[in-house]
Design a protein around this ligand. Structure first.
Ligand code: UD1
Length: 322
């Protein structure tokens, strides 16, 4: 079989670079397309050295459709993993138009370009944010209620529809993968550089000598703090490989999580234990608006459709950061 060539949009990002690492390890050829707005070139340099191969990096905006089409033709792309996106939930409330342009319009255009150029495989990075803020304590099922509460979640949810239409075309293959809360790293060089999510925020505070902060301790959960499904980025990468290599047609969307919930307090305790600072004071603050008490993945569909289950424990994910 000839080697498949995959275009990874957003491939210099935290998640995209881990997918590149996994695809190269599995013998696929990858081409990275990234604006470097959030992506980091040194991640690709690290992968080039690690795997001792050339990895093309095209520095361009996902809205540069001429460039995108040129790249897909030049490299004779077989499949696309589309992770390029804007991803800050709070920012999406302030700049909804930009979020829809980058996350929805550009995804639609990319799929049209893919169709024109005979690309048959498409895997889309979606998010648990499509479920919004459920008021139940049940794991989210793919075909359950979708009610995004931010332009970020809404733009991803609407983009899924175009992906579904693409994969429903005979001969095409792919799915939308809905990531839950992503943590961990395969290497220090690939670390998450964002300042948006719980673990990076806590680490940032500890590095500055500040106290970690819990948003809300009066939720109806075991310790009063919010429960989330933290899934390792290496498992996210494995899920993409499983989707790329699946021989059966995939459902239009699949949750990628562990199926296990951890509370904010448990996460902070694991971080403090990893750095031997369990006596650090933790600030208890009021609830942050829009946070559901409980958000966990029902993982049965990913298991039955493509044999995927997450392997890393939260403890292992947190340890990987140090
Ligand atoms: C957020 C987004 C979600 C997005 C995900 C990944 C919201 C409502 N949800 O999920 O749409 O898919 O990021 O980008 O914004 N927390 C603290 N202290 C902190 C930071 C966070 O207690 O310093 C708590 C939060 O209140 C939350 C949990 O930690 O309960 C996880 O927060 P976060 O990492 O921001 O992710 P989510 O809010 O679950």
């Amino acid at each position: 079989m000839t080697q498949e060539t995959w275009l990874l949009t957003g491939g210099a990002g935290y998640i995209g670079a881990h997918i590149a690492d996994e695809f190269i390890r599995a013998g696929k050829s990858v081409v990275i397309y990234d604006s470097l707005y959030q992506g980091l070139e040194h991640r690709i340099q690290y992968l080039r050295t690690k795997h001792n191969i050339d990895i093309p990096l095209i520095k361009a905006d996902i809205r540069d459709y001429n460039e995108l089409e040129g790249v897909i033709r030049t490299y004779k792309i077989d499949g696309i993993v589309h992770t390029a996106a804007l991803k800050a939930v709070g920012e999406s409330m302030e700049k909804p138009d930009e979020y829809f342009e980058v996350n929805l319009t550009a995804t639609n255009e990319l799929i049209d370009i893919a169709k024109r150029n005979n690309v048959k495989k498409f895997i889309f990075s979606s998010t648990a944010a499509v479920y919004g803020s459920p008021d139940t304590m049940d794991p989210c099922c793919e075909d359950g209620p979708k009610a995004p509460i931010s332009p970020y979640g809404d733009s991803k949810y609407q983009a899924e529809a175009k992906v579904t239409a693409f994969i429903n075309t005979p001969g095409n293959h792919g799915t939308s993968l809905r990531f839950f809360n992503v943590v961990g790293t395969a290497a220090p060089e690939l670390l998450d550089n964002s300042v948006e999510n719980l673990v990076p925020i806590v680490l940032g505070k500890l590095n500055k000598g500040a106290a970690p902060e819990i948003f809300g301790t009066d939720y109806p959960t075991k310790d009063g703090t919010c429960i989330r499904d933290y899934v390792d980025v290496r498992d996210i990468a494995r899920a993409h490989l499983a989707a790329a290599d699946a021989t059966q047609p995939l459902p239009p969307a699949l949750n990628i999580g562990t199926g296990r919930g951890a509370s904010v307090r448990e996460v902070i305790d694991l971080v403090l234990a990893a750095i031997n600072k369990t006596d650090t004071q933790v600030i208890e603050s009021p609830r942050r608006s829009g946070d559901p008490a409980f958000l966990c993945a029902d993982i049965n569909l990913a298991k039955s459709a493509m044999g995927f289950t997450a392997q890393y424990s939260l403890e292992a994910s947190v340890k990987s950061l140090f």
